[in-house]
Design a protein around this ligand. Structure first.
Ligand code: NAD
Length: 231
């Protein structure tokens, strides 16, 4: 039996990382379009660097929660029983810190920079600004290695292949409004394998194609999901 899990900002909420869409559509007091688009970066790169520097610095003060650990335990327990893939929309590194290895960051990673000049990627734990030069080519022009609105998400080929083989799909802590991730449940549903769809969210999306909705915070809901899988 093959499992694909999709996580969104909600899985990290109990670790103290704010989710994307607060009640008035702002992310940590910023309008999304002012910080998370190529246009925003062209317009005011220092401002955008400052926003991501602060998000990166905040990672020092947070830790994985019970949901991250449960997903890492599921991956280990599933070895030899079928395929397992964890796809995250999150740019934090809490899944890997909890021990997840079969993990794809479809929206990139806060702790990584991408060089606009040579395309090199660099692990990055500190601040960056417009004067920071690329350790590979020496040019300035580093940007956070995060996928912004209007850009193509990473790893789509292996993700779509895994959805085609999935027997269980579980969406955790995602509002289901950002495509293409918002279409993954429907994609799995159509794969001809009778894929069973789970949702874990304290405020479920109301999408009718979910077979099982665990209306709980991820820290409680993911351990319950494991119980239902017999893990
Ligand atoms: P979103 O903010 O749109 O939705 C968050 C969802 O989580 C909501 O449906 C909410 O009901 C649910 N939620 C809140 N608390 C929860 C909890 N304790 N347990 C489970 N669910 C909970 O988030 P999204 O759908 O992931 O939006 C996509 C974008 O947000 C992504 O592009 C991602 O890069 C970005 N983002 C990432 C982080 C992060 O890396 N931690 C944080 C904020 C935003």
């Amino acid at each position: 039996m093959n499992i694909v899990v999709l996580t969104g900002a909600g899985v990290s909420a109990e670790s103290g990382i704010p989710t994307f869409r607060g009640p008035d559509g702002v992310w940590e007091n910023h309008r999304i379009e002012d910080v998370a688009s190529p246009e925003a970066f062209l317009r005011d790169p220092d401002f955008v660097h400052g926003f991501y520097n602060a998000r990166r610095a905040a990672l020092h003060g947070v830790a994985p929660n019970a949901a991250h650990f449960a997903l890492a335990a599921l991956e280990r327990a599933w070895e030899g029983r079928g395929d397992f893939l964890l796809v995250t929309q999150n740019v934090d590194d809490l899944h890997e810190r909890a021990g997840s290895r079969r993990l794809l960051h479809m929206h990139g990673e806060l702790r990584q920079m991408l060089c606009a000049a040579c395309g090199a990627r660099h692990p990055w734990l500190t601040e960056a600004d417009t004067a920071t030069s690329c350790p590979a080519c020496g040019e300035t022009g580093l940007r956070p290695d995060v996928v912004w609105f209007g850009e193509i998400p990473y790893h789509m080929e292996p993700i779509l292949a895994a959805l085609d083989r999935a027997d269980v799909f579980c969406a955790i802590g995602t509002s289901g409004v950002v495509y293409p991730a918002a279409g993954f449940a429907a994609q799995a549903r159509r794969n001809g394998r009778g894929c069973i769809l789970y949702e874990i969210n304290p405020a479920p999306t109301g999408e009718r194609y979910f077979d099982h909705v665990i209306a709980a915070p991820a820290g409680e809901g993911v351990p319950e999901f494991l119980r239902r899988l017999g893990v």
